[in-house]
Design a protein around this ligand. Structure first.
Ligand code: NAP
Length: 261
């Protein structure tokens, strides 16, 4: 059975598309297919050609450079949202970063600088982007971010990024409480391992991906398309009544300990 979602009178901002493999792009594809108008932000001009290629020939789309840690960039980005759309229905936060050295050694050796960078980029930017979005968000709007199970259990080398994801999940609940009166929902999607640029920067990700496929209850990893579909559910009215949640789309990986041979 397929459920069709009509978002032709809706608007969205997707933050964090590096290329066609990005989970932000998987979500944007679902939004665009449902007729939503979508604006995109990307961190550096280096990424712009990739995004331009993805957006070529699509109606109702635009993009703007914005480093999510820069207050000035956020002011300019949300001014652009206002200019293009007048209001906002959906915000997608698909951004994470930790310095490589923080994911190579022991968690015990995390420096304050690396801790601050990882937590600021990967968790605080959800709070700051939501605050900038607040005056533009229509009642009943929805915010979705991306998290990972290393927030709950130790994943080798994920280190401070696991702490950042725990902060993101907690921030999701606090934001959901703040936005509750206007029924603006805030949720985070916990995706299984996916082959993206961000994932490639995690030492040993290849092994993690292969083991994930073997151990998941489905015997495979979840796909970016499945991430997109869960995000579409949470963003759209299908997810009305759901807020403050961390929802898994991992083909049953996080529920397993060890699978029988
Ligand atoms: P991705 O394609 O590399 O996307 C990450 C994006 O974050 C990139 O566009 C990156 O831009 C952007 N970014 C980093 N720092 C930024 C900043 N200061 N301002 C604005 N943008 C910034 O990788 P992805 O896997 O799709 O990651 C998207 C989200 O999914 C992340 O939250 C990630 O933790 C989460 N996630 C991924 C997996 C997985 O296995 N891939 C699993 C669970 C959750 P630059 O390229 O310019 O740095």
């Amino acid at each position: 059975m397929s459920v069709s979602v009509d978002l032709s009178n809706k608007t969205a901002l997707v933050m964090g598309v590096a290329n066609g493999r990005s989970l932000g792009w998987a979500i944007a594809q679902q939004l665009l297919a449902a007729g939503c108008r979508v604006g995109f932000s990307y961190q550096g001009e280096r990424l712009r050609p990739e995004l331009d290629k993805l957006l070529a020939g699509k109606d109702g789309v635009w993009s703007q450079q914005a480093d999510a840690t820069s207050e000035a960039d956020l002011v300019a980005l949300f001014a652009r949202v206002k200019e293009e759309f007048g209001h906002l229905d959906y915000l997608v936060h698909s951004i994470a970063y930790a310095p490589r050295q923080a994911m190579e050694g022991r968690f015990l050796d995390t420096t304050p600088e690396d801790w601050n960078t990882a937590l600021q980029v990967s968790a605080y930017t959800l709070v700051s982007a939501s605050r900038h979005a607040e005056p533009l968000l229509r009642d009943g709007g929805s915010i979705v971010s991306l998290t990972y199970h290393a927030s709950q259990q130790v994943v080798p080398k994920y280190n401070v990024m696991g702490v950042a994801k725990a902060a993101l999940e907690a921030a999701t609940r606090y934001l959901a409480a703040d936005f509750g009166e206007r029924e603006i929902r805030v949720n985070t999607v916990s995706a299984g391992p996916m082959r993206t640029i961000a994932a490639r920067s995690i030492p040993g990700f290849g092994g993690l991906y292969d083991k994930g496929a073997r151990n998941a209850s489905f015997g495979r990893n979840a796909t970016p398309e499945e991430v997109g579909k869960l995000a579409l559910f949470l963003l759209s009215d299908l997810g009305s009544g759901v807020t403050g949640q961390t929802m898994y789309v991992d083909a049953g990986l996080s529920i397993m300990t060890v699978k029988e041979d």
